[in-house]
Design a protein around this ligand. Structure first.
Ligand code: COA
Length: 316
């Protein structure tokens, strides 16, 4: 049984949720439940109203319901789900991955995300994972605040870039020294290369440690490419297509020790996106290369923008 969170943190929430009636919040806290199949329409409605509809929830909802390692949480109001989140246990039970925290736009700013975040942390403690983690856009102040509220710390930031119609980008590097590799071929040299901050691989909005198991898991859906010099990995990337509101999205992450490696990997992923006929690209890379990125003519021409994402963690 999860301990009733009201006992441990009622005093603090009373101060931050003054615009929703206390009794109502207590009711929500005591009636959090798991998601179920019949919540689909409510969840889709929330997703439709989040990030202009570019929310990944519609593509993950079914998987969460079937997954015995997913611990979903939902708050209902007048028979409709108005807030949800998921805690997915990964890395052989070591990590509780927090994802999909949403509040319906009509109910934001009333303390619901605080309630559900606390609840998810309580689940994580109850099932005894070693740590909880999640990623969020660094400019998502309320999301960062919620993580910090439950004792999480910012571990590192990475830049991300999202662009529709990648086939319109004609820029490419002349070089092609990349080689596709299997997860096994990345061991142990990827970790030893020192190009992964904290030895963590970020892919899409997810993260796994670069262990043999982690690489195999990511390799189930992603392809890997490396560039080597004297048997040392100079740059590494992964890429995979996934569904998005705009069509197919090519997601990729690049880790590189220098600008040339970064640019060659970036160019390669533009090609991959075209070959996979993707309508959108979503690329993640070190903030060290943001200036390199802005120096590209086509980026200036399109006035494109990069943002950053942050990995947060709490050791339990
Ligand atoms: C992020 C989101 C879940 C927050 O839901 P919410 O119900 O409005 O959040 P709450 O009312 O529980 O409170 C959020 C906390 O962030 C704080 N906050 C809000 N904006 C803030 C800002 N700009 N800077 C710092 N803190 C901020 C609030 O004050 C509150 O903290 P407090 O209780 O200590 O005062 C909701 O806006 C949402 O669904 N957004 C879209 C999806 C998303 O961004 N998900 C999270 C990351 S993937």
């Amino acid at each position: 049984m999860i301990a009733n969170p009201i006992d441990s943190w009622a005093p603090s929430y009373l101060t931050f949720s003054s615009n929703m009636k206390h009794d109502k919040l207590v009711f929500y806290m005591q009636n959090i439940r798991s998601l179920k199949e019949s919540d689909r329409d409510d969840v889709l409605e929330i997703a439709k109203n989040t990030w202009d509809g570019h929310d990944y929830l519609p593509y993950f909802f079914d998987g969460w319901l079937k997954d015995k390692n997913s611990h979903t949480a939902a708050i209902e109001h007048n028979g409709r789900v108005i807030s949800l989140a998921n805690l997915r246990v990964i890395e052989n039970g070591r990590t509780g991955w927090m994802e999909g925290l949403r509040v319906h736009p009509d109910y934001r700013g009333k303390g619901l995300a605080s309630i559900i975040t606390k609840h998810v942390v309580d689940i994580a403690k109850e099932i005894k994972v070693e740590r909880i983690r999640y990623t969020t856009a660094t400019d998502n102040q309320s999301s960062l605040h919620l993580g910090e509220m439950v004792g999480m710390e910012r571990k590192f930031d990475l830049a991300f870039y999202w662009h529709e119609n990648p086939h319109e980008i004609v820029w490419r590097t002349p070089e092609n020294t990349l080689r596709e590799v299997t997860p096994t071929q990345l061991l142990p040299s990827l970790s030893e290369s020192g190009i992964l901050p904290h030895n963590v691989i970020i892919y899409d909005w997810k993260a796994l440690d670069a262990t043999p198991e982690g690489l195999v898991k990511i390799g189930l859906t992603s392809k890997f490419w490396i560039q080597t010099e004297a048997n040392t990995i100079k740059s590494f990337s992964l890429g995979f297509p996934r569904d998005d509101k705009s069509g197919q999205m090519w997601c990729f992450t690049i880790y590189a020790s220098d600008e040339a490696g970064f640019l060659e990997q970036f160019s390669h992923h533009l090609n991959q996106a075209s070959e996979a006929k993707c309508d959108v690209i979503f690329g993640i890379f070190s903030t060290n290369f943001v200036n390199t990125f802005y120096a590209l003519d086509w980026v200036r021409h399109h006035e494109d923008d990069t943002m950053t994402l942050t990995l947060l963690e709490r050791i339990l």
